[in-house]
Design a protein around this ligand. Structure first.
Ligand code: FES
Length: 277
Protein backbone atom coordinates (compact mmCIF):
# COMPACT_ATOMS: atom_id res chain seq x y z
CA UNK A 1 0.00 0.00 0.00
CA UNK A 2 1.24 3.49 -0.75
CA UNK A 3 1.97 6.05 1.92
CA UNK A 4 2.20 9.82 1.86
CA UNK A 5 5.87 10.74 1.94
CA UNK A 6 5.59 14.35 2.99
CA UNK A 7 4.07 13.68 6.37
CA UNK A 8 5.64 10.33 7.08
CA UNK A 9 8.21 11.71 9.47
CA UNK A 10 6.10 14.42 11.10
CA UNK A 11 3.04 12.23 11.70
CA UNK A 12 4.79 8.95 12.35
CA UNK A 13 2.33 6.49 13.76
CA UNK A 14 0.90 3.16 12.81
CA UNK A 15 -0.55 1.84 9.58
CA UNK A 16 0.55 3.51 6.35
CA UNK A 17 2.32 6.29 8.24
CA UNK A 18 4.55 3.97 10.20
CA UNK A 19 8.25 4.83 9.69
CA UNK A 20 8.90 1.38 8.34
CA UNK A 21 6.43 1.77 5.44
CA UNK A 22 7.46 2.73 1.92
CA UNK A 23 7.52 6.48 1.35
CA UNK A 24 5.42 7.26 -1.73
CA UNK A 25 4.21 10.75 -2.61
CA UNK A 26 0.89 9.80 -4.19
CA UNK A 27 -2.02 8.76 -2.05
CA UNK A 28 -2.42 5.82 -4.39
CA UNK A 29 -0.86 4.53 -7.57
CA UNK A 30 -4.14 3.03 -8.69
CA UNK A 31 -5.48 4.47 -11.92
CA UNK A 32 -8.80 2.63 -12.04
CA UNK A 33 -12.05 3.94 -10.56
CA UNK A 34 -11.28 2.56 -7.08
CA UNK A 35 -13.66 5.11 -5.53
CA UNK A 36 -16.72 3.65 -7.26
CA UNK A 37 -17.37 0.60 -4.98
CA UNK A 38 -17.17 2.66 -1.74
CA UNK A 39 -19.41 5.31 -3.29
CA UNK A 40 -22.03 2.75 -4.35
CA UNK A 41 -21.84 1.10 -0.93
CA UNK A 42 -22.45 4.43 0.82
CA UNK A 43 -25.41 5.23 -1.43
CA UNK A 44 -26.91 1.76 -0.96
CA UNK A 45 -26.58 1.77 2.82
CA UNK A 46 -27.86 5.36 3.08
CA UNK A 47 -30.91 4.56 0.93
CA UNK A 48 -31.80 1.59 3.13
CA UNK A 49 -31.29 3.47 6.41
CA UNK A 50 -33.44 6.41 5.23
CA UNK A 51 -36.23 4.16 3.95
CA UNK A 52 -36.22 1.89 7.01
CA UNK A 53 -36.18 4.82 9.43
CA UNK A 54 -39.12 6.56 7.76
CA UNK A 55 -41.16 3.40 7.48
CA UNK A 56 -40.45 2.36 11.07
CA UNK A 57 -41.83 5.62 12.41
CA UNK A 58 -44.85 6.33 10.17
CA UNK A 59 -47.13 3.73 11.80
CA UNK A 60 -49.34 3.41 8.73
CA UNK A 61 -49.97 0.69 6.14
CA UNK A 62 -48.01 -2.05 7.87
CA UNK A 63 -50.79 -4.64 8.24
CA UNK A 64 -53.23 -6.07 5.67
CA UNK A 65 -56.08 -7.39 7.78
CA UNK A 66 -57.75 -9.22 4.89
CA UNK A 67 -54.74 -11.44 4.16
CA UNK A 68 -52.79 -11.14 7.43
CA UNK A 69 -49.74 -9.58 5.76
CA UNK A 70 -47.44 -7.91 8.30
CA UNK A 71 -44.34 -5.98 7.27
CA UNK A 72 -41.10 -7.21 8.94
CA UNK A 73 -40.36 -3.65 10.15
CA UNK A 74 -43.27 -3.94 12.60
CA UNK A 75 -42.80 -7.52 13.73
CA UNK A 76 -43.43 -8.47 16.42
CA UNK A 77 -45.97 -5.74 17.18
CA UNK A 78 -46.38 -5.96 20.94
CA UNK A 79 -48.20 -2.82 22.08
CA UNK A 80 -51.75 -1.53 22.24
CA UNK A 81 -50.80 1.02 19.59
CA UNK A 82 -50.67 -1.81 17.01
CA UNK A 83 -53.71 -2.13 14.77
CA UNK A 84 -56.06 -5.02 15.71
CA UNK A 85 -54.88 -8.36 14.36
CA UNK A 86 -51.24 -7.38 13.89
CA UNK A 87 -50.12 -8.46 17.37
CA UNK A 88 -49.44 -12.15 16.76
CA UNK A 89 -47.79 -12.56 20.15
CA UNK A 90 -50.12 -10.43 22.28
CA UNK A 91 -49.82 -6.87 23.55
CA UNK A 92 -47.17 -6.73 26.26
CA UNK A 93 -47.11 -2.93 26.39
CA UNK A 94 -49.70 -0.15 26.56
CA UNK A 95 -50.00 2.72 24.10
CA UNK A 96 -46.60 3.92 22.85
CA UNK A 97 -45.77 7.58 22.16
CA UNK A 98 -45.31 8.43 18.47
CA UNK A 99 -41.53 8.74 18.68
CA UNK A 100 -41.15 5.04 19.56
CA UNK A 101 -41.35 2.67 16.56
CA UNK A 102 -43.87 -0.13 17.03
CA UNK A 103 -41.15 -2.67 16.25
CA UNK A 104 -38.93 -1.18 18.97
CA UNK A 105 -38.31 -4.52 20.71
CA UNK A 106 -36.26 -6.03 17.88
CA UNK A 107 -35.14 -3.08 15.75
CA UNK A 108 -32.11 -2.24 17.96
CA UNK A 109 -30.99 -5.88 17.88
CA UNK A 110 -31.40 -6.15 14.12
CA UNK A 111 -29.49 -2.91 13.71
CA UNK A 112 -26.80 -4.26 16.05
CA UNK A 113 -26.66 -7.55 14.14
CA UNK A 114 -26.09 -5.77 10.83
CA UNK A 115 -23.75 -3.11 12.22
CA UNK A 116 -21.45 -5.71 13.78
CA UNK A 117 -21.70 -8.14 10.82
CA UNK A 118 -18.25 -8.95 9.43
CA UNK A 119 -19.29 -8.00 5.91
CA UNK A 120 -21.01 -4.72 6.85
CA UNK A 121 -17.98 -3.78 8.94
CA UNK A 122 -15.84 -4.09 5.85
CA UNK A 123 -18.43 -2.13 3.87
CA UNK A 124 -18.74 0.86 6.16
CA UNK A 125 -15.14 0.88 7.37
CA UNK A 126 -14.19 1.34 3.73
CA UNK A 127 -16.98 3.48 2.35
CA UNK A 128 -17.83 5.67 5.35
CA UNK A 129 -14.70 5.66 7.50
CA UNK A 130 -12.17 5.33 4.63
CA UNK A 131 -10.10 2.89 6.66
CA UNK A 132 -8.90 2.33 3.97
CA UNK A 133 -11.31 3.30 1.15
CA UNK A 134 -9.88 0.60 -1.15
CA UNK A 135 -6.96 -1.76 -1.53
CA UNK A 136 -3.70 0.13 -2.10
CA UNK A 137 -5.27 3.51 -1.28
CA UNK A 138 -3.89 5.17 1.85
CA UNK A 139 -6.39 5.97 4.54
CA UNK A 140 -6.63 9.55 5.84
CA UNK A 141 -6.33 8.55 9.50
CA UNK A 142 -3.04 9.00 11.29
CA UNK A 143 -3.53 6.01 13.56
CA UNK A 144 -4.85 2.51 13.27
CA UNK A 145 -5.95 0.76 16.44
CA UNK A 146 -8.27 -1.79 14.87
CA UNK A 147 -10.97 -3.21 17.10
CA UNK A 148 -8.82 -3.35 20.20
CA UNK A 149 -10.41 -0.53 22.20
CA UNK A 150 -13.69 1.33 22.67
CA UNK A 151 -15.89 1.83 20.79
CA UNK A 152 -14.92 -0.72 18.13
CA UNK A 153 -14.12 -3.47 20.62
CA UNK A 154 -17.92 -3.72 21.01
CA UNK A 155 -17.95 -5.39 17.59
CA UNK A 156 -17.07 -8.58 19.49
CA UNK A 157 -20.66 -8.90 20.73
CA UNK A 158 -21.73 -9.92 17.23
CA UNK A 159 -22.32 -13.54 18.25
CA UNK A 160 -24.94 -12.44 20.80
CA UNK A 161 -26.80 -10.41 18.20
CA UNK A 162 -26.73 -13.57 16.11
CA UNK A 163 -28.79 -15.45 18.72
CA UNK A 164 -31.43 -12.69 18.70
CA UNK A 165 -31.40 -12.65 14.89
CA UNK A 166 -32.28 -16.36 14.89
CA UNK A 167 -35.23 -15.59 17.17
CA UNK A 168 -36.37 -12.79 14.85
CA UNK A 169 -36.05 -15.07 11.82
CA UNK A 170 -38.34 -17.56 13.63
CA UNK A 171 -40.87 -14.77 14.28
CA UNK A 172 -40.74 -13.66 10.63
CA UNK A 173 -41.25 -17.29 9.61
CA UNK A 174 -44.35 -17.47 11.80
CA UNK A 175 -45.62 -14.22 10.21
CA UNK A 176 -45.07 -15.65 6.73
CA UNK A 177 -46.96 -18.86 7.59
CA UNK A 178 -49.94 -17.07 9.19
CA UNK A 179 -50.14 -14.92 6.06
CA UNK A 180 -51.54 -17.86 4.08
CA UNK A 181 -54.94 -16.49 4.90
CA UNK A 182 -57.95 -16.12 2.65
CA UNK A 183 -60.14 -13.00 2.58
CA UNK A 184 -63.06 -14.97 4.03
CA UNK A 185 -60.93 -17.01 6.46
CA UNK A 186 -59.20 -20.35 5.88
CA UNK A 187 -56.36 -20.86 3.44
CA UNK A 188 -55.45 -18.18 0.92
CA UNK A 189 -52.45 -17.54 -1.29
CA UNK A 190 -51.38 -14.46 -3.21
CA UNK A 191 -48.37 -12.60 -4.55
CA UNK A 192 -47.88 -11.15 -1.08
CA UNK A 193 -47.22 -14.67 0.23
CA UNK A 194 -44.55 -15.24 -2.40
CA UNK A 195 -42.84 -11.99 -1.40
CA UNK A 196 -43.11 -12.64 2.36
CA UNK A 197 -41.85 -16.20 1.94
CA UNK A 198 -39.00 -15.16 -0.36
CA UNK A 199 -37.94 -12.57 2.20
CA UNK A 200 -37.94 -15.12 5.03
CA UNK A 201 -35.92 -17.65 3.02
CA UNK A 202 -33.34 -14.99 2.21
CA UNK A 203 -33.26 -13.84 5.86
CA UNK A 204 -32.54 -17.41 6.96
CA UNK A 205 -29.84 -17.75 4.31
CA UNK A 206 -28.20 -14.51 5.46
CA UNK A 207 -28.50 -15.40 9.16
CA UNK A 208 -27.17 -18.94 8.76
CA UNK A 209 -24.31 -17.76 6.56
CA UNK A 210 -23.08 -15.62 9.47
CA UNK A 211 -19.43 -16.15 10.46
CA UNK A 212 -20.50 -16.60 14.09
CA UNK A 213 -22.96 -19.30 13.05
CA UNK A 214 -20.17 -21.07 11.17
CA UNK A 215 -17.98 -20.92 14.26
CA UNK A 216 -20.78 -22.17 16.51
CA UNK A 217 -21.27 -25.15 14.18
CA UNK A 218 -17.68 -26.19 13.70
CA UNK A 219 -15.38 -23.94 15.68
CA UNK A 220 -12.86 -25.18 18.27
CA UNK A 221 -13.05 -28.79 17.05
CA UNK A 222 -9.74 -30.60 16.97
CA UNK A 223 -11.02 -33.62 15.07
CA UNK A 224 -13.83 -33.21 12.56
CA UNK A 225 -13.94 -36.99 12.17
CA UNK A 226 -15.14 -37.33 15.77
CA UNK A 227 -18.02 -34.88 15.20
CA UNK A 228 -19.62 -35.88 11.87
CA UNK A 229 -22.87 -33.93 12.45
CA UNK A 230 -21.11 -30.70 13.37
CA UNK A 231 -18.70 -31.22 10.50
CA UNK A 232 -21.58 -31.64 8.05
CA UNK A 233 -23.29 -28.51 9.42
CA UNK A 234 -20.04 -26.56 9.22
CA UNK A 235 -19.55 -27.69 5.62
CA UNK A 236 -23.03 -26.55 4.59
CA UNK A 237 -22.76 -23.24 6.44
CA UNK A 238 -19.33 -22.69 4.89
CA UNK A 239 -20.88 -22.95 1.43
CA UNK A 240 -23.48 -20.33 2.37
CA UNK A 241 -20.81 -18.24 4.05
CA UNK A 242 -19.02 -17.71 0.72
CA UNK A 243 -22.15 -15.82 -0.39
CA UNK A 244 -22.47 -13.73 2.77
CA UNK A 245 -21.87 -10.38 1.07
CA UNK A 246 -24.43 -11.07 -1.63
CA UNK A 247 -26.95 -12.24 0.97
CA UNK A 248 -26.34 -9.10 3.04
CA UNK A 249 -27.38 -6.95 0.08
CA UNK A 250 -30.15 -9.24 -1.15
CA UNK A 251 -31.83 -9.18 2.27
CA UNK A 252 -31.74 -5.38 2.38
CA UNK A 253 -33.56 -5.52 -0.95
CA UNK A 254 -36.09 -8.17 0.07
CA UNK A 255 -36.86 -6.31 3.31
CA UNK A 256 -37.61 -3.11 1.41
CA UNK A 257 -39.55 -4.97 -1.28
CA UNK A 258 -41.67 -6.80 1.31
CA UNK A 259 -42.42 -3.66 3.29
CA UNK A 260 -43.15 -1.66 0.15
CA UNK A 261 -45.55 -4.29 -1.19
CA UNK A 262 -47.40 -4.58 2.13
CA UNK A 263 -47.62 -0.78 2.25
CA UNK A 264 -49.13 -0.58 -1.25
CA UNK A 265 -51.71 -3.29 -0.54
CA UNK A 266 -52.56 -2.02 2.96
CA UNK A 267 -53.15 1.49 1.64
CA UNK A 268 -55.28 0.23 -1.30
CA UNK A 269 -52.88 1.61 -3.91
CA UNK A 270 -52.79 -1.86 -5.51
CA UNK A 271 -54.79 -5.04 -4.95
CA UNK A 272 -52.96 -8.23 -3.99
CA UNK A 273 -52.71 -10.67 -6.88
CA UNK A 274 -54.60 -13.70 -5.51
CA UNK A 275 -53.98 -17.27 -6.67
CA UNK A 276 -56.23 -18.89 -4.03
CA UNK A 277 -58.64 -16.67 -2.16
FE1 FES B 1 -22.49 -11.09 8.89
FE2 FES B 1 -22.65 -12.53 11.17
S1 FES B 1 -20.94 -12.06 9.99
S2 FES B 1 -24.25 -11.60 10.03
Amino acid sequence: MSAPASNGASQAGTGVRAPSRASIAERTLRTDRWWLPPLLTTLGLAAFVIYATIRSFVRTAYWVDEYHYLTPFYSPCLSESCVPGSSHFGTWFGELPGFIPLGFIVLPFLLGFRLTCYYYRKAYYRSVWFSPPACAVAEPHAKYTGETRLPLIIQNVHRYFFYVAVLVALINTYDAITAFHGSSGGFGFGLGNVILLGNVIMLWAYTLSCHSCRHIAGGRLKHFSKHPVRYWLWTQISKLNTRHMQLAWITLGTLVLTDFYVMLVASDVIADLRFVD
